[in-house]
Design a protein around this ligand. Structure first.
Ligand SMILES: [Zn+2]
Length: 290
């Protein structure tokens, strides 16, 4: 499903949201409040699943460039062979994720149906390397893929949650090296466009990054898997899959600080309300984070 969810005739900014099917995770994956050491065993053992959640990816159109933020998941993830090649990863992924994805839900099919030429998309920014963010890379193969150097290196070495052997061959990776030091993201990478920033938001994974698009005084914050939803941002609740809890808390604090000074629409990848908030231009309320 392709939806034009934001447009500004003055600036020319348009944002399309694509939900590439749905995913269920264990409830302990969405949120975990116990000791860190028990997090992964509890998640594996749990038989309690969430409702179906969207897998958003985004097409951002500016007058002089078009880019994707993430590429969603592919229907091929339901093929038992999909994760073959990394036994540990295969075992884990098959136990913690359930997918409801048909071919018509893939990025490739949705671009085609909506008459968007994949060749017109200049590049893709990946928030991180997990399978449900990279499944549609083949739709935009041949164009640069911007991801953090740390994330790429980890995916190649120990691909926990990532399936790099299924990525398109000869992908043009443009690595980012972002500092994670400034709570207002002043050290962000603005090299793509004056109104577009890539910022380091580690915690969920070591090299997780987010994208901020500024328009008409608003900051559209494409948050990947920083949290599952906005409630977790408001209450410092961490998802169960968090590689580094300390960094995850720092990232949440940084986004909260940023949102105090900049009206911010917060859009995680699996939040059913992300698109609603963007369409309604509903910003993170200062009184809830001040
Ligand atoms: Zn993830």
């Amino acid at each position: 499903m392709k939806v034009l969810v934001y447009q500004n005739g003055m600036s020319g900014l348009r944002v399309h949201a694509f939900s590439t099917g749905h995913v269920k995770v264990k409830k302990a994956h969405r949120q975990w409040r116990g000791p860190t050491a028990f997090r992964l065993p509890a998640l594996m053992a749990s038989v309690s699943w969430t409702e179906w959640l969207p897998i958003w990816c985004w097409l951002v159109e500016l007058p002089d460039m078009k880019f994707m933020v993430d590429t969603g998941e592919t229907h091929r993830v339901k093929d038992p062979e999909w994760f073959k090649g990394d036994p540990g990863n295969e075992w884990m992924l098959k136990r913690i994720l359930r997918f409801d994805i048909e071919e018509k839900h893939t990025l490739e099919a949705q671009l085609k149906k909506s008459g968007i030429d994949p060749d017109s998309i200049d590049f893709t920014i990946l928030t991180h390397a997990h399978t449900d963010h990279t499944g549609g890379l083949s739709a935009v193969a041949g164009k640069p893929v911007i991801m953090s150097r740390i994330e790429y290196d980890h995916a190649m070495r120990t691909p926990r949650g990532a399936v790099p052997h299924q990525w398109p061959k000869h992908m043009q990776i443009k690595p980012t090296d972002l500092p994670h030091s400034d709570s207002l993201f002043k050290d962000a990478d603005h090299s793509l466009h004056p109104n577009v920033s890539i910022v380091a938001t580690p915690g969920h994974t070591a090299g997780h990054q987010s994208v901020i698009v500024r328009d008409n005084g608003l900051s559209l914050f494409f948050a990947g898997d920083v949290t599952f939803n906005q409630e977790q941002l408001l209450h410092y609740h961490l998802p169960g899959i968090t590689e580094n809890s300390e960094l995850a808390v720092e990232t949440i604090a940084a986004i909260r600080s940023y949102s105090l000074y900049h009206p911010t629409i917060y859009m995680p990848s699996h939040d059913p309300e992300s698109v609603t908030r963007l369409m309604e231009q509903a910003v993170v309320e200062r009184k809830k984070i001040g």
